[in-house]
Design a protein around this ligand. Structure first.
Ligand SMILES: Nc1ncnc2c1ncn2[C@@H]1O[C@H](COP(=O)(O)OP(=O)(O)O)[C@@H](O)[C@H]1O
Ligand SMILES: [Mg+2]
Length: 342
């Protein structure tokens, strides 16, 4: 079910395609979140004064560990969770004062699999479109179902589908009313490779057609692959928002590993000026450097090694991934937490 829209109020036919009249559209942000806080009835503060703008047409990945507040934030924007303080507008429509207009611009693929078991795929997706007052458009529904490889299942009851197929149905439902903004809350948690591929293709096509996409994940590779911008949320606070490329550039560290011909007992004092560590029982010398620095120091290191007659048989470089960056940001790293499974 698309939450928040009672079936009762959907009977009325609403004209579509109201001309884009005089309302000023922000060229840059489609969603504007200001001072948003949420304290649950339990007294737990899940969101702490969030300020965030989502740009029109971007793919924004909201990264954060379990319990960080991702689903709560999406819930507020979609009108499922009442905020304790703050405001959200979607394309200029306040989610409280102008809920219906705001919500009709949004498609939500929820984290939990919730579907009407007895309906057919075709019926449930078509019905979902109707909930938003959109006139029937079988050709459009057909296209969505085909894009999501659901077409041959269109007459099947949902209860007969596999988990992956059910998730496809949720995506189809979320797209049924041609939303401007699509939320995908942990879309690939537990889905198969095939669906992941289909889904990302659909997401890329949607972005190409101008749809703004916000996805939450704790699979960092997904954010790395897909996102234009990345926000990191931890304990209810947005701790970082950055263009993906910029983030990788800014925080990216590179390591040069030299596989030594003869192991060393310790890093020689003559090399103390370089950021070095020994690994693999002294068989590897690992140099960590900043890719952003004017001089990486690689040349100086190599000439110092030659001078000291330290030879290596091979070398390799690795660049820290977004994953390393993310873990560095959201984990408190006292020794006490070392070795504890996530
Ligand atoms: N209805 C609720 N009542 C009380 N606490 C909740 C409720 N829903 C979520 N929480 C708590 O709020 C925090 C954020 O949850 P959630 O937004 O689901 O995080 P995420 O999606 O990032 O995993 C968690 O600590 C969760 O236990
Ligand atoms: Mg969640």
């Amino acid at each position: 079910m698309e939450p928040g829209l009672a079936r009762a109020r959907t009977a009325a036919y609403m004209p579509v395609a109201a001309p884009l009249l005089l309302r000023e559209k922000s060229m840059t942000s489609i969603i504007s979140i200001n001072g948003l806080s949420k304290t649950y009835a339990s007294g737990f503060q899940a969101l702490k004064s969030i300020n965030l703008d989502i740009k029109r047409g971007e793919i924004f990945a909201l990264l954060g560990p379990n319990g960080a507040g991702k689903t709560t934030l999406i819930g507020v924007i979609c009108g499922i969770v009442n905020p304790t303080a703050g405001t959200v507008t979607v394309d200029g429509h306040d989610i409280a004062g102008d809920y219906r207009a705001a919500r009709s611009l949004i498609g939500l693929v929820p984290q939990e699999l919730t579907t009407d078991a007895f309906e057919t795929v075709w019926a449930t997706v078509s019905f979902s479109r109707g909930l938003f007052g959109k006139p029937k458009n079988p050709a459009y529904i057909e296209k969505i179902l085909k894009d999501l490889s659901l077409w041959d299942k269109k007459d099947n009851k949902i209860m007969t589908l596999s988990g992956g197929m059910k998730r496809r149905v949720l995506i189809a439902k979320a797209l049924s009313h041609e939303p401007q903004v699509l939320f995908l809350d942990e879309p690939t948690a537990g889905v198969d490779v095939e669906l992941r591929k289909d889904m990302w293709q659909v997401v890329r096509d949607l972005r190409a057609s101008g749809v703004t996409i916000i996805l939450t994940t704790h699979y960092i590779e997904e954010a790395e692959d897909m996102a234009d911008r990345i926000g990191v949320i931890s304990k209810g606070e947005i701790i970082l928002v950055e263009n993906k490329a910029e983030l990788m550039r800014k925080l990216g560290k590179k390591q040069l590993t030299l596989h030594l011909q003869k192991p060393l007992d310790a890093v020689p004092a003559e090399l103390a000026a370089h950021n070095l560590a020994l690994a693999d029982d002294g068989n590897e010398l690992v140099f960590t450097y900043d890719t952003n620095a004017e001089r990486t120091g690689v040349t100086a290191l190599l000439s110092d090694l030659a001078r000291l007659n330290i030879r290596f048989r091979d070398l390799q470089t690795t660049q820290s991934s977004l994953e390393d960056i993310f873990i560095g940001l959201v984990t408190d790293r006292p020794a006490a937490s070392a070795g504890v499974a996530p």
